[in-house]
Design a protein around this ligand. Sequence first.
Ligand code: MN
Length: 204
Amino acid sequence: MGFKLPELNFSYDALEPSIDARTMEIHHSKHHNGYTNNLNNAIQGTSLDSSTIESILVDLDMDNKGLRNNAGGYYNHNLFFENLAPKSDLKPSDTLNIAFQRDFGTFESFKQKFISTASNHIGSGWTWLILNKDGKLEIIQTNNQDNPLMKDALIKGKPLLNIDTWEHAYYLQYQNRKLDYIRKVFELLNWDLISKKYDALILK
Ligand code: MN
């Protein structure tokens, strides 16, 4: 039993030149794998052993720092990696595009706001697009491996996409050029998949 490290839908070099193969390999096979193994060690033999990752996060005791870090790290990287696509020239569906227009004016204004929010985040963390409790799209940030499913999250919601702004996500290739990394990774987003996730969330 336990959680498995999801395989990527592409090879480690498939996102070059936006994300180099070495960064992808270390990020997936070391960092993401580490969160996966630590999560499994933390829940082995406990009542959480057969839980879904979502229910572990929703019910998490925020004082349990090890589980908070590793369950968050597992979920956050699952979402991040599955939402990337090599040479993505994909666009949001009409339904999602209308939601961007409703909540941000245009897709382009969403994009600029998302990129500037991510680049202004201080320290290790994530920037998210969520569907909030009012059914609106909202950009939020979390620190470390926290995420918007956790009960003490400042703003809770259902995640659609996230971008990792921990230094391990970009430093080998981009060093201090965090904004360049964020701009490039934004262009890799798989809008076909994200649009399907949005459809699934609004139908619930
Ligand atoms: Mn990471």
